[in-house]
Design a protein around this ligand. Structure first.
Ligand code: BGN
Length: 290
């Protein structure tokens, strides 16, 4: 079943609940795990998120940044995570005064492995069809930002935002890491030819992207690790990508022809695009590649 069913069933809740605190303090992993659908509905019910998860700050002041930001969230089979993610990310982005839209790109079909890079590329095009976004945030559904000072905005350099994750004891595992949560200008993502479409299963698509950045001499910037803190929601290990090591040997060769430029050859179908209560939904059928 797809997320369709889940989000139509959420109960309506009263408005006027307390707004979320300015800094999200998540004291324990356990606490996060306990957030259930009901709590989510209550939290989100206190928010004014227009249908489709698109929001802009209530201001007429044109001097305020006009940057439009799309948050892309690849998704499959993680309903609890998605609810938790949405319940945090909307208040977070609104406290930062962002003009944004949330796009959940969901994989279904016979392909057993999760093809994150392909989903990102599909969602990138779909979001640009929907609105003229300047900036893209590529976001794992299981990462919850802890600190409002971690600004979801694009800079001159591509930005790696998930620097310090509780799972890695709040330290960066390696200097070339470019996975989890990243921010790239629309122009940069096009220049890079997006992600590789070929990584299905856990691991490597982000390392491949890092090589694309290197190839174009785009330096990665990062916020301070005291600010760029995240909680990772608990889940079992997803099936690994057995081809990730061999694929990473050909990253440089493939970069210009494997990505946005080769999307039409990838044999997927967009089953539907729709406005859900808290996000825009892109449902993609990916056939078994074997
Ligand atoms: C790396 C993964 C990344 C992942 C980080 C952090 C690979 C490729 C073979 C070396 N890379 O090992 O994709 O984001 O760990 O979890 O598996």
């Amino acid at each position: 079943s797809t997320v369709d069913t889940v989000f139509q069933q959420l109960p309506d809740v009263e408005r006027g609940n307390d707004p979320s605190p300015v800094t999200v303090k998540l004291s324990s992993r356990k606490q996060l795990g306990l957030i259930n659908a009901r709590q989510f509905a209550v939290e989100s019910g206190s928010l004014d998120v227009p249908l489709g998860g698109k929001w802009r700050p209530p201001t007429t002041d044109q001097s305020v940044s006009s940057e439009k930001i799309a948050v892309l969230v690849p998704y499959r089979d993680r309903e609890e995570h998605l609810k938790t993610f949405l319940s945090y990310i909307h208040p977070f982005l609104q406290r930062q005064g962002r003009h944004y839209g949330i796009y959940v790109v969901e994989q279904h079909g016979d392909e057993p492995l999760f093809c994150k890079g392909l989903l990102f590329n599909i969602a990138f095009n779909a979001a640009l069809d929907d609105d003229d976004y300047d900036c893209f945030i590529f976001h794992d559904v299981d990462l919850i930002p802890e600190d409002d000072r971690n600004l979801y905005t694009c800079r001159e350099s591509p930005r790696h935002l998930s620097v310090a994750i509780n799972k890695f004891n709040y330290t960066l595992p390696y200097e070339q890491l470019f996975g989890g949560v990243t921010a790239l200008k629309t122009s940069h993502y096009k220049q890079l030819n997006g992600y590789s479409n070929l990584f299905c299963g856990w691991g490597g698509e982000d390392d491949d992207m890092f090589k694309r950045l290197y190839r174009h001499k785009l330096r990665v910037s990062r916020p301070d690790k005291d600010v760029a803190r995240y909680k990772m929601l608990r889940h079992s290990q997803t099936p690994l990508n057995p081809a990730r090591y061999s694929l990473l040997k050909t990253s440089m060769k493939r970069a210009s022809e494997d990505g946005l430029s080769s999307l039409e050859t990838m044999g997927y179908q967009i089953t539907s695009t729709s406005r859900k209560r808290y996000f825009s939904h892109i449902l993609v059928n990916i056939a078994d590649r074997n």
